[in-house]
Design a binder for this molecule. Sequence first.
Ligand code: OGA
Ligand code: NI
Length: 308
Amino acid sequence: MAIPVIDFSKLDGEERAKTMAQIANGCEEWGFFQLVNHGISEDLLERVKKVCSECYKLEREEGFKNSTAVKLLNDLVEGKTAEKLDNLDWEDVFTLLDNNEWPSQTPKFKETMMEYRWELKKLGEKIMEVMDENLGLSKGYIKKAFNGGEDCDAFFGTKVSHYPPCPNPELVNGLRAHTDAGGVILLFQDDNVKGLQILKEGKWIHVQPIPKSIVINTGDQIEVLSNGRYKSVWHRVLAMPDGNRRSIASFYNPSLKATIAPAPQLIAQMNKEVDQTYPKFVFGDYMSVYAEQKFLPKEPRFQAVGAM
Ligand code: OGA
Ligand code: NI
């Protein structure tokens, strides 16, 4: 069993209807799918891989070696502690936003990642339009819902992660199981080192690395907007014994000020069959709950934010 692989270039040709249906199936049945021929140039993707790997070596690796994760795993293996590593991730990570501090020592890092973020944001918007159409919403509905009006733009963040080789991968997670809080996530994962898994019908299955592809998944806010038609799916990253897994995840999320609720058209259509209804809330409140409950089931998060 493997998550769907979809040729995004076919969206503009004779096979448009089939491609739309494949994406609808990816959203409804999987919550995750991979795009090939998505229009991001191979040259740009190669440059992104290069600057991120160089950045890790130059600006991050030393810090990871001295991290709490490394120290606690060491202590456990040496028998200095019996404490399990259940609250820890074997991950080096930093986030790029329009207005935060970026790594500054790696040549070409900033210009390359700015170009990449621009391209990925456009791709994210195309995918949101496909979702609009598949859900029967007006074109631009999701984007507009994420942009909460004047002075509150949607959030677009890029998380650059490395999952270094782990001497005891059975003792710690690369990234603990969770569903994503936000909207649409576009992930450029390592060509060779696997580790990302999704929970499908009670089984963990690998998101198979495919060079040059972009993995798409949907977060909790798309689940709410779609009134449960597109469910956010549990996923995790395993720590691996060999290879330093690079993974660059871009998050297209609502503005913290945006109000999120199921699209009224979808409530009208679906309420007969669907027993779960979702609350209406401000996304910033959801993020406050998520900060405390990221690695727990989402249903109590919806309940908590609904009660705020
Ligand atoms: C995340 C995530 C997966 C990965 O950052 O939410 O699921 O492969 N990342 O890094
Ligand atoms: Ni995630």
